[in-house]
Design a protein. Structure first.
Length: 487
């Protein structure tokens, strides 16, 4: 079978590598000049920056990235973090320890008035995670769209799973209220964590996915030299190792159904015929490749997803001297009143990471969620430049808060708004991270990887289970299984 994969992010490369390994003829088309999509990289002079995702998850023993890499006989060097990140707000500095007991001590020391509630809240979260762990490790595909999906999920179900069924559609806000933690400073801490992982604040997040998100840091969080693009490069190596083709700079503009399968046409008019199409770009981008009855069929299936709101992100890529960075945490959540969501995430290169810079300096990525409605007129250059200037200054203030010894003069500072995500990663309207994982949009309400079109699949962060490299790889695995891979 000849498989055409559209998009060279983590999900698309996962499909390409796994299906190539079992003997399919694979060709992966990536529009940009970098692998990894939102987990890619870019260089400016002597400096290298991760474009988006920075904190490594899923590399622990038995973790999803480890499982796939071991199967493909590939490897990514990672370093386990004892301190996952530091959360800073209201003059408090909370260390997010990888070890559960140390983290509980840290939280209850900072919020002694909510000690009992925090302990019982996390006990419930961790207990629910342990309950669904066997199911989680089997990586079931939701919503069920085939007999194969149902059988695979049933093999992971145990009698004890019955006790979590009432929580299937429960918002986390209800759980927080039950423990007396709603509308407290502690809830703000959870907001920041879940906004990054589930694309929504705590009160609206689905309880069960929140249980996973609040437990998985304790499975292991990792620093990856250079950045998470290393995972994409390992997957791309596997694609070519198993005789597949991996093509950068090939932007597919049209997908048509023909008698012999599917015809893919790129922006230069070059054509490829494949038996199966896997689109790993967002659903909103996929539908634009289609026409006629094929497009109408796709729209009917995914209509309610195509109009869902998504976040954008504004990032500042900056270089600071070693003298102001020494001793600071590599990963930080910084709460700042000037930001729409109230917080930003800071990722700093390790002082030994010579892939990002060989100088006595650090490359730093500061990012925050933005409401894309504010940027609706951004195609007007003057409007965009004004917004870019305003948001750059906001993040500069965040950097000054995080690095008080800094004199305000960076070696290099590069803004990255929604226009950059459109230009370099082809994200429609600059939306990133997929949909908010709320009860009415997650789990059985999520988008399926199986379309109603013959031999046409979708994966990536707009498909179940959603955002992050773990979510993207999981959706890629679901497609690979449908194409004969046993994993």
């Amino acid at each position: 079978m000849r498989i055409g994969v559209i998009g060279g992010g983590i999900s698309g490369l996962t499909v390409g590598a796994l299906t190539g390994q079992v003997g399919h003829e694979v060709i992966v088309f990536e529009a940009s000049r970098e692998w990894g999509g939102c987990a890619g990289k870019f260089k400016r002079g002597d400096y290298l920056f991760p474009a988006g995702a920075t904190l490594g998850m899923g590399f622990e023993r038995g973790g999803i990235h480890t499982r796939v890499l071991e199967r493909l006989d590939e490897e990514v060097d990672v370093r386990l973090l004892d301190e996952v990140m530091q959360i800073e707000f209201d003059d408090q500095q909370i260390v997010y320890y990888q070890e559960r007991e140390k983290f509980m001590d840290e939280l209850t020391n900072h919020f002694p008035q909510h000690r009992d509630g925090i302990m019982t809240f996390y006990q419930e979260m961790w207990r629910d995670f342990e309950t669904i762990r066997p199911l989680f490790e089997r990586l079931p595909a939701l919503p069920f769209r085939s007999r194969q999906d149902i059988i695979h999920a049933l093999k992971g179900i145990r009698f004890k799973h019955g006790r979590i069924l009432p929580k299937l559609n429960r918002p986390l806000g209800k759980t927080l209220r039950a423990h007396g933690l709603n509308d407290t400073p502690f809830e703000r801490v959870i907001d920041g964590i879940l906004l990054d992982s589930l694309q929504t604040e705590a009160k609206d997040a689905t309880h069960l996915l929140a249980a996973v998100a609040l437990s998985i840091y304790h499975e292991g969080a990792f620093y990856v030299d250079g950045g998470l693009f290393q995972l994409a490069h390992a997957l791309e190596r596997a694609v070519t190792k198993y005789r597949g083709e991996a093509k950068l700079g090939r932007e597919i503009r049209k997908v048509e159904r023909i008698a012999d399968g599917w015809l893919l046409t790129d922006r230069r008019g070059r054509m490829e015929i494949v038996d199966t199409v896997v689109s790993s770009i967002p659903l909103e981008g996929t539908v634009k490749l289609l026409g006629g009855e094929v497009e109408r069929t796709f729209r009917r299936q995914y209509q309610r997803f195509l109009h869902r709101e998504q976040w954008g992100t504004f990032s500042l890529y900056i270089v600071l001297p070693e003298s102001v960075c020494f001793g600071k945490p590599l990963f930080r959540q910084i709460y700042h009143e000037s930001l729409s969501t109230g917080h930003a995430f800071i990722s700093m290169s390790d002082h030994n990471d010579q892939l990002r810079t060989e100088r006595p300096e650090r490359t730093i990525t500061v990012s925050t969620h933005i409401d894309l409605k504010e940027w609706e007129g951004w195609k007007d250059r003057s409007v965009y430049e004004k917004l870019e200037s305003e948001w750059t200054e906001r993040l500069i203030q965040v950097v000054k808060t995080a690095y008080p010894e800094w004199d305000g003069s960076p070696t290099l500072a590069l803004p990255g708004g929604p226009g950059a995500w459109v230009k370099y990663t082809k994200r429609p309207n600059g939306a990133v991270g997929g949909y908010r994982q709320t009860p009415n949009q997650a789990l059985f309400q999520a988008a399926s990887y199986r379309t109603n079109l013959p031999q046409f699949f979708v994966c990536g962060d707009t498909v179940f289970p959603g955002a992050g490299t773990i979510g993207a790889m999981t959706s890629g695995i679901h497609v690979a299984r449908a194409l004969g891979v046993k994993i």
